[in-house]
Design a protein around this ligand. Sequence first.
Ligand code: 48H
Ligand code: FE2
Length: 262
Amino acid sequence: MKVKQVDEVKITKYILKATFQDWMNFSENDVVIVGAGPSGLAAAYYLAKAKLKTTVFERRLSFGGGIGGGAMLFHKIVIESPADEILREIGVKLESYEDGVYIVDSAEFMAKLAAAAIDAGAKIVHGVTVDDVIFRENPLRVTGVAVEWTATQMAGLHVDPLFISAKAVIDATGHDAEVISVASRKIPELGIVIPGEKSAYSEVAEQLTVEQSGEVAPGLFAAGMAVTEVKALPRMGPIFGAMLLSGKKVADDIIEKISLAT
Ligand code: 48H
Ligand code: FE2
C-alpha cells in the first residue's frame, strides 16, 4: 500500500479554507439551535429534513448532552410512546419492557440521533458556546446569537464574540435554559420570567413538557429541559421521550412560522 504524501502546510491550508467556507456559510441561518442534546438534535433532524438551513452550536466536543450519562451512569434510557416512532425512523433498537415503554442503549441513541441530523443536512459545530443573543426593536425580536470558543471562556480570557443570525433561535441547553436566561436578563422588554423547574413527577412532566415547548419570545424558542425551567414544570429523570417530542414540536412550529412568512 502506497500512502499519499501530504505536506504539513497544505494540511493547514486545506483545513483553514474548508473551515472558513463553513463559517461564511452558517453565519446566516434559518434556525440556530443551542445545544446538541436529545431535544436539540431532534429539532435539527426535523428542521433540516424540511430543508431549513439549520446550525447547532454545542459547547462540548461531543454529541448527546445528557444522553451519554444515561441514568446515574447506567448506559440505558427509558423511552415511551409515541417517541419510539422517532427512534424507529432513525434505526435505534428498542427493547420493549411494557406496552409503549422501551429501553434504548445510550451510545446507540446519541450516535444515531446525531448522524440522522447531520445526514438530513444540519450543521453541528462543536466547542462553541452561545453566551448572548442579538435583538432588534420595532418589532421586538431575537434575531441571532453571540458565539465564543468554549476554550476561550474556560481560560477566562477577555475576548469579544462573533455574531450569527437566525430567523429562529432554539434554546436546547438543558436544565439551565442558558440562552433564554441571558435574554430575560439583558432584554427585560421581552417580559420573560424564569421560575425554575420543579422536583420529579415523571407521570405528568413528559406530557406538560411537550405541550409547553415552543416560542417564549419573538424569535426565541424553548425545547427539552429548558421548557421545564422556563415554565416551572416538574423534572422526569432518565426518560427521554419528551425530549425528542419537544424538539420535534418546536421544529414543526418553526417550519410552520417560516413557511407562513415566506
Ligand atoms: C452551547 C450549550 C450551552 C451554551 C449548554 O442537557 P441536554 O441533554 O438538554 P436536553 O434538554 O436536550 O435534554 C435534557 C436531558 O439530557 C436531561 O437532562 C433530562 C431528561 N433530565 C431529566 C431530569 O430529571 O434530570 O443537552 C444540552 C446541551 C449539552 O450538550 C450542553 O453542553 C449544551 O447543550 N450547552 N452549548 N452554548 N450556552 N449550554
Ligand atoms: Fe437531567
